[in-house]
Design a protein around this ligand. Structure first.
Ligand SMILES: O=C(CO)[C@H](O)[C@H](O)COP(=O)(O)O
Length: 128
């Protein structure tokens, strides 16, 4: 479940009770990501962490070993039908290289004309 909400703390329990198995919140929406990650785990769910286009991937990095999935927004949160932001792909590539086993998602503007850009970046192999 991708929770594009301003107070992600208040929905953990309801989503767990409703049967959610993964809870993705926005890093920008909390001032205590560590406590929120712990709460999500204690409620039996996997953890996803999303960042908006204006948030650097380095801000997500400290949490990468505590989460199951990183979500890089490829549009500004708010509404559908926006143009895919190519300039988010370096974030995806960096995450793939630094954290090879981390699940990575993108959200926004993905379709037949843009999906290949995501695939190319996500199949980047880290250097050994
Ligand atoms: O809420 C969102 C962005 O604010 C959605 O994630 C977005 O609407 C995805 O839809 P599409 O890719 O079709 O535009």
């Amino acid at each position: 479940m991708h929770m594009m909400v301003s107070k992600p703390e208040q929905w953990v329990k309801p989503i767990a009770v409703a049967g959610g198995n993964q809870y993705t919140f926005h890093l920008e929406a909390t001032n205590n990501a560590g406590a929120l990650i712990k709460d999500i785990r204690e409620n039996g769910m996997k953890v996803g962490l999303a960042i908006k286009p204006g948030t650097s991937v380095e801000e997500l990095a400290p949490w990468a070993n505590q989460i199951d999935m990183a979500l890089v927004m490829t549009v500004e949160p708010g509404f559908g039908g926006q143009t895919f932001m190519d300039d988010m792909m370096p974030k995806v590539q960096w995450l793939r290289t630094q954290f090879p086993s981390l699940d990575i998602e993108v959200d926004g503007g993905v379709g037949p004309d843009t999906i290949h850009k995501c695939v190319e970046v996500l199949k980047t192999q880290p250097h050994s």
